[in-house]
Design a protein around this ligand. Structure first.
Ligand SMILES: Cc1ncc(C[n+]2csc(CCOP(=O)(O)OP(=O)(O)O)c2C)c(N)n1
Ligand SMILES: [Mg+2]
Length: 704
């Protein structure tokens, strides 16, 4: 057996004695199985169009298998990417399931909803593989969230079974150029989280050289002076070296609870995906890559010292036979049922009335029981502003739910730039209420990882516009339940202030709440006053779906929005509009800061106006709107967001179809024009609907 290769820089001494002899026969079997899957897909199933999207792992496979066999702790969490099938096999994915994914059959990890190599695996009997994403770099920050949740569950929730658990993220050499990589690296190193960054460097991102992803092409070399990070490098095709490096990297993270970056060089022996001819690689490069094939090297390493030639051949034949049987089994599985394609966007209730719970993610699967809720307000004391109402609700829920954590930029000692978390860190400690690095992708991706690890993350985005850098994580969070066919969900709550205040501007005053209504899987709440903020926020914090909770800046301390605190058990179910004012001649549908303005306008208009405050836009109360419009026969929709494809367009479309014969006038919209929010109060008044303009529009519409 070859001796381990020499040690590398910056390793703690204890790691020098790491045991790294894997079960080589098992490694050989898994490697042959992975090759057989790739081979049959590439040579048969892809040309036959039974597999539509193929990603070969040839060359990456060997080292991934070694890594997977090291991940034995039941609370290890792994985020993978599209070239990660070998590690899935090593972690226990059955061959038939692994084959069924690319064939888009039932029973696979997405039931034909997602590309076959975009894996997930709930952690019932071992490590969790968090739902993979197609976006390169998206895998990093959820892994950091998992790592932080390990610490939280061990230290705050006092669960010693997390003492040696780690988070592992797999990524390619091009992925190190992404925001997600740098965001997760910052989180893991500043907080010293037990997280392994496993970089599979094949020199290419599709066709682009790694020299364009990081200067000189070697991320490990560039990160050598990065504080708080242990770097290990090696050849991912050399059996002895790869086994030693991987065992060492895992053991440093497990034992020392610190982040490690392990960069292994590997050849990509096939095209990037089934469609890629690799015409951009010279024959010399292809030949050099072939010469590095880890399968040949493993054969040379094991035969005859560990396995005889005939044993090796038997292992290869049995893996091939098992894969052929698995593919036959997968092909015999039914195709997905088209009738079910719209299911599991949100949590669903079964025939017996109990939730059809996701297997993993959020509080539900672990049986968390919330205190009693009430839909009846019990107003207490004097009126408080919306900001205090939000803070008090967070406080009450933090007190009763040890799995809840609140975080974002400046939410710690400062209490948030708007003051919503003032005093909460002092009361609940730095582990439960904490500042984050300035990376919205890091905030949301971390929240996703924490949620999958069974916590309730409540993330603050400082201003709505600054959710933009987190767009990918927000999207992937919302679609998770559907993508995984209810195996996983990440019910996180994202609070974000926005809208105009005393003035506007293109950065702090955007509303654009419609983006998440259009996005998949998000509930969207837009409270207009303190009482509704309490009820809607508590519903969000006790729900089982991700929520965007929009806090309008003008209402946070607005006098009109003040209400008495409605009690620590008060909840408002989503999708229930509030009738702000009953009337018979015209319906206004509105929400957020426009509710107050509509009320003023209606009072001065001389028209008998009914005002509905939708309170939530996803879901929205269609029944209330249709019932009101059937009565008044006129509808004005008022919102602060831009007009084109604003949420008013959706309401108008539904009314045009479902209330067509009940309308006496065209549906009218009064909104901001299609411009960013202007700064000068004079310009702002010209853009955002004012009570005067709303009043005039009411009068015009009433006279049609
Ligand atoms: C955000 C994003 N941008 C672009 C793509 C298209 N894309 C898919 S894989 C890939 C290259 C990734 O290369 P690397 O990280 O080195 O992994 P490898 O495929 O080489 O293993 C690109 C550009 C994507 N999936 N996601
Ligand atoms: Mg690459």
């Amino acid at each position: 057996m070859a001796a381990p290769a020499t040690s590398i820089s910056r390793l703690p001494n204890h790691a020098q004695q790491v045991q790294h002899q894997p079960d080589w026969k098992r490694v050989a079997y898994l490697l042959h199985a992975s090759r057989a899957l790739d081979d049959i897909e590439e040579s048969k199933l892809l040309p036959e169009r039974k597999v539509l999207y193929q990603f070969s792992a040839r060359g990456h496979d060997f080292a991934q298998i070694l890594l997977g066999l090291q991940l034995t702790d039941p609370h290890d969490g792994v985020t993978v990417y599209y070239r990660s099938r070998p590690i899935m096999l090593a972690l226990g994915t059955a061959l038939e399931d692994a084959a069924a994914g690319p064939l888009a059959r039932t029973g696979s990890f997405s039931g034909g909803r997602d590309i076959g190599v975009v894996f997930n695996m709930p952690g019932k009997d071992g490590p969790t593989v968090l739902p993979a994403c197609g976006g390169v770099g998206a895998q990093y920050t959820p892994a950091a969230g998992w790592a932080q949740a390990i610490q939280y569950r061990r230290e705050e929730l006092g669960d010693p079974s997390y003492s040696r658990s780690i988070a592992v993220v797999l990524g390619g050499d091009a992925s190190v150029a992404t925001n997600g990589f740098w965001s997760a690296l910052t989180v893991a190193t500043t907080l010293q989280l037990p997280m392994l960054f496993y970089v599979e460097d094949n020199g290419f991102g599709i066709s682009v050289s790694s020299k364009l992803q990081t200067p000189g092409g070697n991320i490990a070399a560039n990160l050598r002076s990065f504080s708080g990070l242990t770097i290990i490098e090696g050849d991912g095709t050399d059996p002895a070296e790869a086994a030693e490096r991987i065992a060492r990297a895992v053991s440093v993270v497990r034992d020392s609870r610190v982040p490690v970056l392990l960069r292994l060089t590997v050849p990509r022996l096939s095209g990037h995906s089934g469609q890629d001819t690799q015409a951009y690689k010279s024959p010399e490069v292809v030949a050099l890559e072939r010469a590095r094939d880890p399968l040949g090297k493993l054969h040379g390493y094991l035969v005859p010292n560990v396995l005889s030639e005939s044993e090796w051949n038997r292992v290869a034949a049995s893996a091939r036979g098992d894969v052929e049987a698995a593919i036959a089994g997968a092909l015999a599985r039914p195709l997905p049922d088209p009738q079910g394609v719209t299911r599991y966007v949100f949590s669903e209730v079964g025939a017996d009335g109990s939730p059809e719970m996701q297997e993993q993610g959020g509080l539900g699967p672990e049986g968390h029981v919330f205190p009693r809720s009430s839909t009846t307000p019990h107003p207490e004391g004097t009126r408080i502003n919306m900001l205090t109402a939000i803070r008090r609700t967070l406080d009450a829920e933090l007190a009763s739910n040890p799995r809840m954590v609140v975080f974002g930029e400046d939410v710690g000692p400062k209490g948030g730039v708007h003051g919503a978390t003032l005093g909460l860190q002092e009361k609940y400690g730095i582990e439960r209420v904490f500042d984050t690095s300035l990376s919205e992708e890091g905030i949301i991706g971390r929240a996703v990882g924490m949620s999958i690890a069974g916590l309730l993350p409540v993330a603050e985005i400082q201003f709505r516009k600054y959710a933009d850098p987190a767009a990918e994580q927000l999207n992937d969070c919302g679609t998770m339940r559907w993508r995984t066919r209810n195996r996983f969900a990440a019910p996180i709550v994202v609070r974000m202030p926005g809208g105009f205040f005393k003035c506007g501007d293109p950065w702090h005053s955007q509303t654009n709440e419609v983006a998440w209504v259009h996005g998949i899987g998000w509930h969207v709440a837009v409270p207009s006053n303190a009482e509704d903020a309490v009820g809607l926020l508590r519903s969000s914090l006790r729900g089982n779906d991700p929520v965007i909770f929009f806090e309008h800046r003008a209402m946070l301390d607005g006098a009109w929005a003040r209400r008495p605190y409605p009690g620590d058990d008060y909840v408002i179910p989503f999708g229930k509009a509030r009738t702000v004012r009953a009337g018979s001649e015209l319906t206004i549908v509105t929400w957020g800061a426009m509710v107050e303005r509509c009320e003023q306008a209606a009072a001065a208009s001389g028209v008998d106006v009914e005002i509905l405050d939708l309170r939530t836009l996803s879901p929205w109360d269609k029944t209330a709107v249709l019932t009101s419009v059937e009565k008044t026969r006129r509808c004005l929709i008022v919102h602060e967001d831009n007009v084109t494809a604003g949420f008013g367009a959706e309401i108008a479309a539904v009314l045009a179809k479902e209330a067509f014969f009940n309308l006496d006038a065209p549906i009218e919209r009064l909104t901001m024009p299609d411009i960013p929010s202007p700064h000068s109060p004079v310009l702002l008044d010209a853009a955002v609907p004012t009570p005067e303009r709303i009043m005039r529009t009411i009068q015009q519409l009433a006279s049609v």
